[in-house]
Design a protein around this ligand. Structure first.
Ligand code: AMP
Ligand code: GLY
Length: 424
C-alpha cells in the first residue's frame, strides 16, 4: 500500500516511523515533511492547505491511503475533498472538525446533552462581553472561538486583565477572524489529562489510552503556555472503568449528536479533561493526535498502526476491540529553542546528533530541524522530542533524560521535571 502522511512536525515524524513499520506499507510519502522525515519517506514541498494540489499529488503518485496529522488541513476540508475523489483518508471531515475549530460549536453540543464542562457564555459583541464581566468571579477564562495555534485561551486574574483580553481578541483581532466570537467561561481547578479514542464512520468508538501533557514552559508548571513541553502515557491513576466512563460521558453523546445531524465523525477524538473535585469535566476536544502526546502513546501500541488507522477510515474498528498495549510507561521530553514560546534564535547547531546511539526503547523525534552537512540545525520553537519506555515512570524518565544528556545543543532548553507529579 502507498501511504501519504500530511504534516511536518514531531507528531508526523512519529506517525511516519510507526506507519513505516507496518508490513502493509510498501511506500511512504509525506507532504511537506522535513529533512528527518525524508530519511524514511519521500517528502514533497506541497502546501497541505491547497486541497487541489494534495488531490493532484495523490492521483499522480497513486496514493492508496492518506493520514492527516494537523488540525488546519482538517478544518480546511482536506478529508471532504479526498473523499469526493474516492481516496481513502484518515481524519474527520470539515463539519466534524468544528469540534476543534469552533469552541462554541463544541460547547453547544455539550450543553444540549449535559456533557460535564465549564459553565460558559458566548459573545459576538465587545460591549456586551465587557458588561458581562461585572457578573463573573475571577479568575475567569476567555477563549477565542476559532483556531489560534493553542494560544486562544487566556486566564484573566482580574477585571483589568479580562478587559484587556477582550479588547485584544475582539477589536485588535490578535487571533484574526478566530476572535469574531468569544466565550467567557468558569475557571475550573484540577489536574489535566488527555484521553484518546478512535471513531469510525459507523460510530464505533475504540478507546485508546490516556496521557498527561505539560503545557507550561517552566518547571513546576510555571510561566507561559506552550504547545506542550513533554508528556507521558498512560496516566497511572486512571483505571479501565474510568476510561469506559470517559467514553460514555464525553465521547458518545458528542458523536451521537453529530450523527443525528448527518455528520459522521471518523478519526481521533482527543478529549482534554480536567479532574475537578466534582468529577471530570471536558475542557476541549481536538480532532487529531496531540503533539507531544502521540510520541508517548505510539511506542506503547502493540497493534499495527497503519491497519488501525485504516480500520477507522473504513468503518471496521470493531475488529480491534481488544487492543493490546505495552505494559511499560512511555515518557516524552521536548527540547525547545531557548526563548520559546517567545522569540528565539533560529538555525542554532545541534552537534553530532546522528552519532548518538539509542536502543529499541528510546526514540529521537524531530519537530523542527534542518540537515546541514554533518549536523542538524534547530529551525523552530519546539525542536526535538525524546521518548523512552520503562517499567516504571521513573525508569522511563531516566532513560529519556539519559538520551537528552548526550545531545550537544547549546541553545536548547527542556524541562527537567516531566512526569514529576506521579513518579512511580
Ligand atoms: P484549551 O485549548 O481549551 O484546552 O485550553 C488551553 C489550556 O487552558 C488548557 O489546557 C487549560 O490548562 C486551560 N483552560 C482552558 N479552559 C479552562 C477552564 N475553564 N478552567 C481552567 N483552565 C482552563
Ligand atoms: N499538546 C497539545 C495538543 O496537541 O493540542
Amino acid at each position: 500500500m502507498r501511504v501519504l502522511v500530511i504534516g511536518s512536525g514531531g507528531r508526523e515524524h512519529a506517525l511516519c516511523i510507526f506507519i513505516n513499520k507496518s508490513p502493509i506499507c510498501n511506500k511512504l510519502f509525506c507532504i511537506p515533511g522535513s529533512d528527518s522525515i525524508q530519511e524514511i519517506a519521500d517528502c514533497f514541498k506541497i502546501d497541505p492547505m491547497s486541497n487541489d494540489d494534495v488531490v493532484d499529488f495523490c492521483k499522480e503518485h497513486k496514493i492508496d491511503f492518506v493520514v492527516v496529522g494537523p488540525e488546519l488541513p482538517l478544518s480546511n476540508g482536506i478529508v471532504d475533498k479526498l473523499s469526493e475523489e474516492k481516496i481513502v483518508v484518515f481524519g474527520p471531515d470539515k463539519a466534524s472538525s468544528q469540534l476543534e475549530s469552533s469552541k462554541i460549536f463544541m460547547k453547544n453540543i455539550c450543553k444540549k446533552h449535559n456533557v460535564p464542562t465549564a459553565k460558559y457564555s458566548v459573545f459576538d459583541n465587545e460591549k456586551k462581553a465587557m458588561d458581562f464581566l461585572d457578573t463573573v468571579n475571577f479568575p475567569t477564562v476567555i477563549k477565542a472561538d476559532g483556531l489560534a495555534a493553542g494560544k486562544g485561551v487566556i486566564i484573566a486574574k482580574n477585571k483589568n486583565e479580562a478587559v484587556e483580553t477582550i479588547k485584544n481578541i475582539m477589536s485588535k483581532r490578535i487571533f484574526g477572524a478566530s476572535g469574531e466570537n468569544i466565550i467567557i467561561e468558569e475557571f475550573l481547578e484540577g489536574e489535566e489529562i488527555s484521553f484518546f479514542a478512535l471513531v469510525d464512520a459507523n460510530g464505533f468508538i475504540l478507546p485508546l489510552t490516556t496521557a498527561q501533557d505539560h503545557k507550561k514552559i517552566g518547571e513546576g508548571d510555571t510561566g507561559l503556555n506552550t504547545g506542550g513541553m513533554g508528556a507521558y502515557s498512560p496516566v497511572p491513576f486512571i483505571k479501565q472503568n474510568q476510561i469506559n466512563d470517559f467514553v460514555i460521558k464525553f465521547v458518545k453523546p458528542v458523536i451521537d449528536d453529530l450523527k443525528h445531524n448527518n455528520i459522521f465523525f471518523s478519526g481521533v477524538f482527543y478529549a482534554g479533561l480536567i479532574l475537578t473535585k466534582y468529577g471530570p469535566k471536558l475542557l476541549e476536544i481536538n480532532v487529531r493526535f496531540g503533539d507531544p502526546e502521540v510520541q508517548a502513546v505510539l511506542p506503547r501500541l502493540k497493534a499495527d498502526l497503519l491497519d488501525l488507522l485504516l480500520a477507522s477510515s473504513k468503518g471496521r474498528l470493531d475488529q480491534f476491540r481488544s487492543l493490546e498495549w505495552d505494559n511499560n510507561f512511555c515518557i516524552n521530553v521536548v527540547m525547545a529553542s531557548k526563548g520559546y514560546p517567545e522569540s528565539y534564535e533560529k538555525n542554532t547547531i545541534i552537534r553530532d546528533l546522528n552519532k548518538i546511539t539509542v536502543n529499541t526503547s528510546q526514540y529521537i523525534f524531530h519537530s523542527s530541524t534542518k540537515k546541514n552537512e554533518d549536523h542538524w540545525l534547530a529551525t523552530g520553537g519546539r525542536v526535538l522530542s525524546i521518548s523512552a519506555l520503562g517499567s516504571t515512570l521513573k525508569e522511563a524518565r531516566n532513560k529519556a533524560y539519559n538520551v537528552i544528556n548526550k545531545i550537544d545543543w547549546k541553545s536548547g532548553y527542556y524541562r527537567n521535571d516531566i512526569g514529576w507529579k506521579h513518579l512511580t
